[in-house]
Design a protein around this ligand. Structure first.
Ligand code: NAP
Length: 308
């Protein structure tokens, strides 16, 4: 197999922790260049701007956009317009309409656009979807509680408009819920807590419903300093399913939990390679739609200021 050259745009935490190692392990991709204002990766050609990369390297057919969501649309539009296949980190945009526009552009150009949801590739997610497919659901409870100082130190963009605040991790929960439930859900009420000095929420309580009257409740909190919790519990008439550790650990009914090693980003690049073979598009904006609905419906409560 000839590896496809790919460029990473935005060499921050997720690019270093996941994208670069996964591309390094992949037979399908070769990291040919980066776009980074801070110098990129040792030994890899770097460009200071995306425009510079697109002009200088027409031979690189694919880009992975790993910058914050506020800049993603302009970069994706430029790359797609230049005929490059595009992988989008989550969330796929700062607004829902941006994502629709990118999908239309990719369709018109006949090139691949992949809006990734890394949590959907966690080991327990697909088995959970399969187990729930024929069950009668009673209630769903999502608990996503983590310490923002531990996971996002100094990241200003997450607190700015479009940065999503606590929905930056919370959207991962929503990406799993919308993948595993056998019916669509929609938001009925939301409560968003905004620190007095910030423009994005630090906590959120969501109530959704689906399939008549199945309640889906979610609690996201970034002020949590105890055991970090990323859990989805689904009560069914045949017992409880628990997805813990962000989807990595699955326990069904009375069986012992099973946990598999993290392969989320290896699987993302495997899927991107598949999509490239016949220029397919894989874009599901549903998790972002729920976040947008939470912002539309949400009651806003001002809480104490947050300082890093
Ligand atoms: P980050 O560490 O703050 O890095 C983002 C990089 O994007 C920066 O290093 C910078 O790259 C570039 N950039 C371009 N415009 C920027 C701007 N206005 N402000 C800050 N950086 C800018 O962010 P991250 O944690 O990697 O997150 C990036 C995206 O990945 C987000 O959408 C996030 O939701 C997603 N994600 C993050 C994680 C995680 O664990 N952190 C996990 C999954 C997904 P250069 O310095 O190279 O120019």
């Amino acid at each position: 197999m000839t590896a496809t050259d790919i460029a990473i745009v935005g060499v921050g935490k997720i690019a270093r922790d996941q994208h670069i190692p996964s591309i390094g392990r992949s037979e399908a991709f070769n990291l040919a260049a980066t776009v980074s204002s801070h110098g990129g990766v040792t030994g890899v050609e770097n460009h200071a701007t995306l425009e510079g990369l697109l002009d200088a390297r027409p031979d690189i057919p694919a880009v992975a956009l790993c910058m914050p969501p506020q800049n993603r649309f302009a970069a994706a539009k430029a790359a797609l317009s230049a005929g490059r296949h595009v992988l989008l980190e989550k969330p796929p945009g700062a607004t829902v309409a941006e994502v629709h526009a990118l999908k239309v552009l990719a369709e018109r150009r006949g090139i691949t656009l992949f809006a990734t949801w890394h949590s959907r590739f966690a080991a327990g997610v697909e088995p959970a979807r399969q187990w729930l497919a024929d069950k009668t659901l009673r209630r769903v409870r999502v608990t996503w509680k983590e310490d923002v100082r531990r996971w996002h130190p100094g990241q200003e963009w997450i607190w700015q408009p479009g940065g999503l605040g606590v929905f930056d991790p919370g959207i991962n929960a929503l990406s799993i819920v919308t993948a595993i439930l056998p019916f669509p859900v929609h938001m009925t009420t939301a409560e968003l807590k905004f620190p007095q000095n910030r423009e994005a929420p630090i906590a959120a309580a969501l109530a959704m419903t689906g399939n008549g009257n199945v309640a889906v409740e979610a609690e996201f909190d970034w002020r949590h300093t105890g055991a970090q919790t990323w859990t989805i519990e689904v009560d069914t008439t045949e017992g409880r399913l628990v997805l813990a550790d962000g989807g990595a650990t699955l326990a069904v009914a009375d069986e012992p939990p099973s946990k598999a090693p993290d392969r989320e980003y290896d699987a993302i690049y495997g899927r991107f390679a598949e999509l490239l073979t016949d220029r397919q598009i894989d874009v599901d904006p549903t998790p972002l739609v729920h976040v947008a609905d939470a912002f539309m419906l949400g009651k806003r409560i001002i809480v104490e200021p947050f300082f890093d």
